[in-house]
Design a protein around this ligand. Structure first.
Ligand SMILES: Cc1ncc(COP(=O)(O)O)c(C=O)c1O
Length: 295
């Protein structure tokens, strides 16, 4: 394995207190957002991508010459592409054709090859196509399989969850974040519940099957990830696309946070949760940057 220091910059992201969008909340209710967009690959997916690749190397499943291949809506792909470049592995990403141009170009800039699945079939189409590729060429590819790999939530259990607890000095009372693979909510949630079973953990899910919150999954109408276990959560809260979009805009205009739509949806969901509290410390995730959605 090549030496690399960029991967050592993954994690330990800042926790940002939100002041403006929260101004109508009771004084004793605070909302914080974990700035995962500040990871070197620009998203929350750097952590699980690194964890899965490191384990592949450790077990020998990712041997020199094998290609890292996985279905991804974009950010995990960028993370694989960055880490593959840093560690000396080729990367092939299976992405729905309609993924934002910015993300395709970023992945290609790191040297990754893109294979397109049908835009109509969304992230499920990418899952099906990658499974077909792996079945046809089992020895060619290392497929981390982020939707079913327990190391995806484990990465957040081992890092994000601990950081959030420590950065709030143990004051966190509620955690809520949107579900894509569900790795973030399952891993952070498990860690927080170990610290204290009083901490409430919620998933935020697009309210509609056809939604515009890229990166998030409406479970009832999707292939449900193997790592998703709603019985470990205190609830699943719907978030409408327009509400997420509106908050994305407000974060840029009022908080100086130019983030992606799932981040806006997360903060909107955190705010809706916070409105019902008399006191509490609510934490959510800023998954990626608004620059990823510019073209
Ligand atoms: C932009 C964006 N938001 C949210 C998520 C959801 O994170 P997770 O897969 O950990 O549920 C992802 C991950 O795919 C993402 O790319």
């Amino acid at each position: 394995m090549k030496d690399s220091s960029i991967i050592q910059a993954i994690g330990n992201t800042p926790l940002i207190k939100l002041y403006s969008v929260t101004k109508d909340l009771p004084k004793k209710v605070e909302i914080y957002a974990k700035a995962e967009l500040l990871n070197p690959g620009g998203s929350v997916k750097d952590r699980p991508a690194l964890r899965m690749i490191q384990e592949g190397i450790r077990t020998g499943e990712l041997s020199p010459g094998k290609i890292i291949m996985d279905p991804t809506s974009g950010n995990t792909g960028v993370a694989y592409a960055m880490i593959g470049s840093a560690l000396g592995y080729r990367v092939e990403l299976v992405v729905p054709e309609n993924v934002s141009r910015a993300r395709k170009e970023i992945a290609k800039s790191y040297g990754a090859k893109l294979t397109f699945s049908s835009a109509m079939e969304g992230s499920d189409g990418a899952i099906r196509l990658s499974q077909k590729l792996k079945a046809e060429n089992p020895d060619k590819y290392f497929m981390p399989n982020q939707y079913n790999n327990h190391l995806n939530p484990q990465a957040h259990y081992e890092s994000t969850g601990i950081e959030i607890y420590e950065q709030t000095a143990g004051r966190i009372t509620h955690f809520i974040t949107g579900i894509g693979t569900s790795g973030t909510v399952m891993g952070v949630g498990r860690r927080l519940k170990e610290y204290s079973s009083d901490i409430k953990v919620y998933a935020a899910e697009p309210a509609e099957a056809l939604h515009g919150l890229e990166g998030l999954k409406h479970m009832e109408s999707s292939i449900v990830p193997g790592i998703y276990d709603p019985s470990q959560l205190d609830g699943v809260r719907p978030i409408a696309t327009e509400v997420g979009y509106e908050m994305t805009e407000r974060l840029a205009l009022e908080e100086g946070l130019f983030v992606g739509y799932s981040s806006g949806a997360n903060v909107a969901a955190a705010l809706e949760l916070a409105k019902d509290l008399k006191e509490g410390v609510v934490v959510t995730i800023l998954c990626d940057s608004g620059t990823r959605y510019l073209c």
